[in-house]
Ligand binder design. Structure first.
Ligand code: HEM
Length: 422
């Protein structure tokens, strides 16, 4: 029998503790699962590698996402009709579409990113201050659009960046911040539906294999094209998360500041631990606190009988910080990944299990590639200073998903090779 929290409804405590809500209580109760009520509904909270295996490994048992996250979150992130709301063969068919676009060997995404970042350095040079988070979001918006085959004029960049960024920032909020983000989302959806229409009428000719061409021509198991609303939603499920990678890049810049030995290592072109560095940033720093799912077929785990339709929350952040899985979990140690292929059930910031058969993030390879390129650019393509500022990374829900509080401000930016005081 798993323990039940005594608090009648833990919503406020969850909002306060945020990323540590589940693991603090699991540690206190000596369990990997407990029952509680959130948003007035009964819920079971679980954490750890075993929990991740149970949650992701068998889609007959779990995986259903419909009704598993508040609509205030779903409508800003994956949205109704998206791959995340599908199960079984319909899910596999749609997931293959994403994997086809995002995991091809000649993924040129990071080349486009490299080009866009290098041209941005010229814009940053001479500026009294650069807010790295905001600038990288713009660089990633340009990158995502160019790579996906989506036309985007220079004049449109700030506006589309604002819309795509608000979808991520607003997802963790309730009230006016969330409502405004949904207004911006509706505008962005209208724009992207127009783009899909133009690709289908032949007014636009996106490169073959690009995200726009692939999604506009994708056929579902019944042979039909995606309706234009769903095609728009899925195209945003490529563009938005690419822009969201800016958060991980902020944290990589923060880690380079706090652990300068890694900066020197990469600046000298030594990359043996570059992928380990990227994984360690994804492990240690907060992005999504948890993922929700609904039980399909009843089963028993950890002494608890999971009933059909039961609401279950898997602790992503807590599992990445689980001392049973990670020695010294609060320490930044890229070397822990030396000679190691991350276990699909322990390093789970982007979901767990196999990519094709579960809801694990199809953008993981692209995320790692973009982050590695960003570290190369931060240590090899530019020189900059980091001024006094607030680097706090909040763990309460009100700031989820967080960034370093001041957006990681830099100044005296010059291209590498041009003298600048560090
Ligand atoms: C290149 C960038 C990215 C793309 C294109 C992308 C796209 C997606 C898509 C389409 C899904 C749904 C998969 C499914 O339901 O089968 C997904 C799932 C997920 N993504 Fe990403 N993503 C990207 C980056 C990120 C980043 C930076 C994070 C941050 C941690 C993230 C976290 C997640 C998580 C936690 C899931 C699992 C959701 C679940 O189990 O339902 N993704 N991603």
């Amino acid at each position: 029998m798993i323990p039940t929290l005594t608090t009648p409804d833990a919503t406020m405590v969850f909002a306060r503790d945020g990323y540590t809500f589940i693991s603090r209580r699991c540690d206190r109760l000596g369990t990997d699962a407990f029952r509680t009520r959130l948003l007035t509904k009964p819920a079971v909270c679980i954490r750890g590698a075993d929990a991740a295996r149970v949650f992701y490994s068998d889609d007959r048992r779990f995986t259903r996402r419909r009704g598993a996250m508040p609509t205030s979150v779903v409508h800003l992130l994956q949205d109704e009709g998206s791959v995340q709301m599908l199960d079984g063969d319909a899910h596999r068919n749609r997931k293959d579409m994403f994997l086809g676009v995002l995991t091809s060997d000649d993924l040129s995404l990071h080349d486009v990113f490299d080009r866009e970042w290098r041209s941005a350095i010229g814009r940053w040079q001479g500026r009294p201050e650069v807010v790295l988070h905001d600038e990288i979001e713009q660089v990633l918006t340009r990158t995502a659009a160019a790579w996906a085959g989506v036309p985007l004029s220079e004049r449109e960049v700030p506006r589309r960046t604002r819309e795509l960024s608000a979808m991520v920032t607003g997802a963790g909020s309730f009230g006016p911040v969330n409502w405004w983000a949904r207004i911006l989302r509706n505008r962005c959806e209208q724009w992207i539906r127009g783009i899909v229409d133009r690709a289908r009428t032949g007014d636009l000719h996106p490169p073959e294999g690009s995200a726009l061409a692939t999604i506009a021509t994708h056929r579902e198991p019944d042979g039909r094209l995606l309706d234009v609303t769903t095609a728009g939603v899925e195209l945003l499920n490529v563009l938005r998360p690419i822009v969201a990678v800016a958060r991980f890049i902020d944290f990589a810049a923060l880690a380079l500041l706090r652990h300068p030995q890694w900066r020197d290592e990469f600046a000298e072109g030594r990359e043996d631990d570059l992928e380990g560095f990227v994984h360690e940033v994804r492990r240690l720093y907060p992005f999504f606190p948890l993922i929700g799912g609904k039980v399909n077929q009843p089963f028993t785990w950890n002494g608890h009988d999971f009933a059909h339709d039961e609401w279950v929350l898997l602790d992503l952040y807590g599992t990445n910080h689980d001392a049973r899985l990670w020695t010294d979990p609060e320490a930044f140690k890229p070397e822990r990944f030396r000679g190691l292929t991350p276990d699909p059930y322990t390093l789970i910031p982007q979901g767990a299990g196999e990519h094709r058969d579960t809801h694990r993030c199809p953008g993981e390879q692209a995320t790692v590639a973009l982050m590695a390129q960003a570290v190369r650019l931060l240590t090899g393509a530019m020189r900059y200073r980091v001024g006094v500022q607030d680097f706090t990374v909040g763990l309460s829900l009100s700031t989820a998903p967080p960034i370093p509080r001041d957006g990681f401000r830099i100044h005296s930016v010059t291209p590498a090779g041009v003298a600048a005081d560090r």
